[in-house]
Write a protein that binds this ligand. Structure first.
Ligand SMILES: *[C@@H]1O[C@H](CO)[C@@H](O)[C@H](O)[C@H]1NC(C)=O
Length: 485
């Protein structure tokens, strides 16, 4: 890979300052030179020559696609970047620009099995801003990261005869469900299981290698890695040669874009960030009402068990680098009474009934519903499909659907809430036809045309690579007041 380097040499300066997570107003510092005390880190990029040509072409196309000024946002962490070329010139992003928050959905679950420490590490390496943990509880009351209440879709539990006796049937939110429930396993038992890739059209090469992660382990991980992710060793503790080889191949493409540890020219961390992990947590309270109905854990509410872990680790207020989500409302309101943590109201499909309040999600989506959410939440998180509906006959998202999405997002912004939709995925089966099977086009639509503030993605690498191109183009346009040739 070394020999393919050469050509363009580019230094990216990143100026980071806190947004309203610490105060009521944000003032960008774009345009300041690298002497600023707020420059927290630098990265050196080496662009391979052939790639440089390709990039120039992509940028030209992108400049055609990208519009003008971006909407400002008043939340989250503001990052303003200056890109400096090898000729000494620099281009800066507009002061109003706020980078959308990249939320690594279940880690980097498009590439590695979901909710594993290895998947979280890969997401960090791929510059996800946040990593997600869907929190459920074990029999012994330990918060672990799993999406489903049952284990068989994402672990090898079904092929472990020693756990046959734990297969059981329970009532889950109105449905009779049979399987291996995490609440019937102690953490020690769960640690004997190995994670599997959930989807058969995704890479199965890491099946059987990784353990189920706990919330505490995820927290430890972000605390241990306060850098920009480049130094994270995804497979530390593993000696599986095949997995190492596969991951090297994945890394090749990250390296291609300059995101590799040896490219890192670590800047000095002189800001107030050194005590805060750079990667944010984005845990979800899963099926709170169901958990609490079990009468386990000495009658302690699951919200309290989870909050205890968060508080013990210093996650207590809105200023902490964490977002707590739920599809339910009563649990969020409960947490809101006890802490000022940033809360995310997840929103299901309009006709689906919210389990705890028995309201169809449609009610939460209305202006009245959003106003109510604004009393306790920081953001709402609807499905991308409910922001911009796809025509079910044609498989296209048309202009009126985009306009509808944008005006809904604007209404939500007017209530002081951010919008973080779920879930952007690379595979064509998740893309509308009008994207031409290119996930970048979906990013363009949601970031530029609809104006979301962040998003969940199964592929943080795609998101990071996209945002870099988006920013380079925007910075160029902003600095030169003209489009690329
Ligand atoms: C979907 O597309 C079809 C075919 O172009 C059109 O007749 C129909 O009105 C569209 N549906 C909606 C809801 O826009």
């Amino acid at each position: 890979m070394e020999q393919r380097r050469g050509g363009g040499d580019y230094v990216e300066l990143e100026v980071i300052e806190d947004g309203t997570t610490r105060g009521s107003s944000t003032h960008a510092t774009s345009g300041q030179e690298e002497s600023t005390s707020q420059v927290l880190r630098r990265r050196r990029f080496h662009w391979p020559s052939p790639a440089f040509l390709l990039l120039a072409f992509v940028l030209a196309m992108a400049s055609f696609l990208f519009g003008t000024a971006l909407r400002t946002s008043d939340g989250g962490i503001k990052r303003t970047k200056v890109y400096r070329g090898s000729d000494g010139g620099s281009i800066a992003l507009p002061e109003t620009y706020v980078r959308p928050l990249v939320i690594g959905h279940r880690g980097s679950c498009g590439m590695l099995p979901e909710h594993t420490l290895e998947g979280y590490k890969l997401a960090m390496k791929q510059h996800a801003d946040c990593i997600e943990c869907d929190v459920i509880l074990t029999k012994d009351g330990v918060p672990i990261c799993r999406h489903d209440l049952t284990l068989e879709q994402t672990t090898d539990v079904a092929s472990r005869p020693e756990f046959d006796h734990k297969r059981t049937t329970r009532d889950v939110e109105g449905e009779t469900t049979t399987g291996w429930f995490a609440v019937d396993f102690t953490l020690d038992e769960l640690k004997q299981l190995r994670a599997l890739q959930r989807l058969d059209f995704r890479d199965p090469n890491y099946d059987g290698l990784f353990q189920v992660a706990t919330l505490q382990e995820q927290i430890d991980l972000v605390k241990e890695n306060s850098g920009d992710g480049g130094d994270v060793d995804v497979l530390s503790g593993h000696d599986d040669e095949a997995a190492s080889w596969h991951l090297k191949l994945l890394n090749y493409f990250m390296k291609f874009w300059g995101y590799s540890s040896e490219d890192k020219d670590k800047g000095t961390d002189q800001g107030h960030h050194h005590h805060t992990p750079k990667t944010c947590l984005y845990p979800e309270l899963k099926s709170t009402t169901w958990h609490n109905s079990l009468g386990m854990w000495g009658g302690k509410r699951s919200e309290d068990i989870i909050l205890d872990v968060l508080e013990k680790n210093g996650y207590k207020t809105k200023d902490d680098n964490i977002y707590l989500q739920s599809f339910e409302t009563l649990d969020l309101e409960y947490v809101h009474k006890k802490s000022s943590l940033k809360l995310i109201q997840l929103i299901g499909a309009p006709d689906v009934v919210q389990w705890d309040t028995k309201r169809p999600y449609e009610e939460l989506m209305s202006e009245k519903g959003i106003s109510e959410i604004a009393k306790y939440a920081f953001a709402v998180s609807p499905s991308k499909n409910d922001i911009c509906e796809k025509n079910t006959t044609t498989g296209y998202i048309d202009a009126s659907s985009v306009a509808k999405g944008r005006s809904w997002v604007e209404m939500i912004h007017s209530k002081g809430l951010q919008v973080h939709p779920w879930v952007l995925r690379d595979e064509d089966r998740y893309l509308a036809w009008n994207y031409g099977q290119d996930a970048y086009n979906e990013y363009t639509m949601f970031i530029r045309d609809v104006g979301v503030d962040g998003f969940f993605t199964d592929f943080p690498a795609t998101a990071s690579n996209y945002i870099r191109l988006f920013e380079l183009d925007l910075a160029y346009q902003s600095s030169h007041k003209e489009k690329l040739p």
